[in-house]
Write a protein that binds this ligand. Structure first.
Ligand code: GDP
Ligand code: IMO
Ligand code: MG
Length: 429
């Protein structure tokens, strides 16, 4: 493991947090390279549950350094709340082990207000964003007018930048969207406080990673969101505003491709998505309820960040093939296999049909994708509760066959299969 990478292969919520937690045992540094607090990563350790939004999941392992990389966007208010929540639970979140890259862009209340205003304006074409200001913050980064974390230890520059930022956008908020203006003085005062609080965490992420790699200390890049939410390769415009795929790792951390060792793709044993956009294998009714759960269990399919019920459907191997091609996964991890216990026959989508034409990749155009029908292969299910299985041989034969089918279809080795949310509920292949 010089630099290993964890990437979501579907629409997010694949279980990247728990996989990162498993792999972080071997890591010296864990870094987030994209996204912001739209992410919600759940890690269950000895019955205790940690829900992380911005801070890398490696934080739960004492001795692991954590970095919010330059490709991420950081809301300082949320970050401080998360630090405080973890500190109360006895986790060391001191600046010597929790770093923020100086190039990371900041999310402000203006970005949240713009996210809300744009979503309202879209009406029934709304993306269903998390309303965390992610899109507006990235738009401003690309537009070269963003605020970067490096300002946090420069009080005068920070105050001026915040004033300019708020007054420019107040014009847009009030005139274009008819929204309330934001109080620049109040935000400047808040950011001055955030600056004092967070300045000791600032670092140059690329230099830090380089030091670790040169000393032979393993680095793990933790993805947020998933391949189908990628700004380029996902179901645009029903995507997030960053690159959660492999390219985003290199630009989002400032590392060279030569450093990369393993690229882990994380996929749920079925599919889920939150928010709008096409979803070819989507289910409703009883079938959906069975995969989603009622919300009683912590692992049921309700958003970690927004609490929204997730849309669910059968496994889509067309999507996973797309994710394998784009990211070059060298290993796969399949999560939540336990949820499929008790389903007599499990359909798996192996191709799409669009007006009589068979496709083995998701078409780029949204209207064509929305018109695709899934072509299923039905695989035999299993009755047994598999949550206590720890080796592949202990899994029922049909569960082994389900895993083997995915592996041979995608031609990527499946190294981990999780059968419950707890750290030890995993089958290592
Ligand atoms: P992430 O955003 O990719 O980190 O995934 P989330 O944490 O948002 O969602 C995954 C959910 O599934 C969390 O509640 C996890 O605790 C849970 N989970 C992960 N792996 C398993 C598993 O193998 N079985 C079950 N039942 N739950 C799992
Ligand atoms: P993790 O890291 C699932 C979805 C939102 C919405 C779209 C755009 O936990 O897998 P945004 O707020 O990013 O502008 O919303 O992307 N989305 C996620 N869905 N898991 C996530 O993160 C997500 N982050 C964003 O629901 O459809
Ligand atoms: Mg999540």
């Amino acid at each position: 493991m010089p630099l290993d990478i964890v990437i979501g292969a579907q629409w997010g919520d694949e279980g990247k947090g728990r996989v990162t937690d498993l792999l972080a045992r071997e890591a010296a540094l864990v870094a987030r390279f994209s996204g912001g607090d739209n992410a919600g990563h759940t890690v269950a350790v000895d019955g205790e549950t940690f829900k992380l939004h911005l801070i890398p999941s490696g934080i739960i392992h004492a001795g692991v350094t954590c970095l919010v990389g330059n490709g991420a966007v950081l809301n300082p208010a949320v970050f401080i709340r998360e630090i405080e929540g973890l500190a109360k639970r006895g986790i060391d979140v001191s600046p010597h082990r929790l770093k923020i890259d100086r190039r990371t862009h900041l999310i402000t209340p203006v970005h949240k207000a713009l996210d809300q205003a744009r979503e309202s304006q879209r009406g029934d074409k709304a993306i269903g964003t998390t309303l965390r200001g992610i899109g507006p913050a990235y738009a401003e980064k690309i537009g070269r007018s963003g605020l970067r974390a490096g300002l946090l230890d420069k009080p005068e520059e920070l105050a001026e930048a915040v004033h300019d930022h708020v007054s420019t956008h107040n014009e847009i908020l009030t005139r274009v969207y008819g929204a309330e203006p934001i109080d620049a003085e109040k935000i400047a005062a808040e950011f001055a406080h955030f600056g004092q609080r967070l300045a000791p965490h600032l670092a140059d992420g690329s230099v830090l990673i380089d030091e670790f790699l040169k000393e032979g200390r393993p680095v793990l890049a933790e993805g947020a969101q998933g391949t189908m939410l990628d700004i380029d390769h996902g179901t645009y415009p029903f995507v997030t505003s960053s690159s959660p795929t492999i390219g985003g790792v290199l630009t989002g951390l400032g590392v060279g491709a030569i450093q990369v060792d393993k690229v882990w793709g994380v996929a749920k044993a079925f599919s889920s998505r939150v928010g709008g956009g096409p979803f070819t294998t989507e289910l409703d009714g009883e079938d959906a309820l069975r995969l989603r759960g009622t919300g009683k269990n912590p692992w049921d399919e309700y958003g970690t960040t927004t609490g929204r019920p997730r849309r669910v459907g059968w496994l889509d191997l067309v999507i996973l093939s797309h994710a394998v091609r784009i990211n070059g996964f060298t290993e796969l991890c399949v999560t939540k296999l336990d949820i499929l216990s008790g389903i007599p026959e499990i359909p798996v989508c192996i191709a799409y049909d669009t007006d009589g034409q068979r496709l083995n990749y998701p078409p780029a155009d949204l209207s064509t994708l929305a018109n695709c029908q899934p072509i299923y292969k039905a695989l035999p299910g299993w009755e047994e509760d598999i949550r206590e299985c720890r080796t592949i041989d202990e899994l029922p034969e049909n569960a082994q066959a389900y895993i083997a089918f995915i592996e041979s279809f995608l031609n990527v080795p499946i190294r981990l299969v999780s059968v419950g949310p707890e750290r030890d509920q995993v089958v290592t292949v």
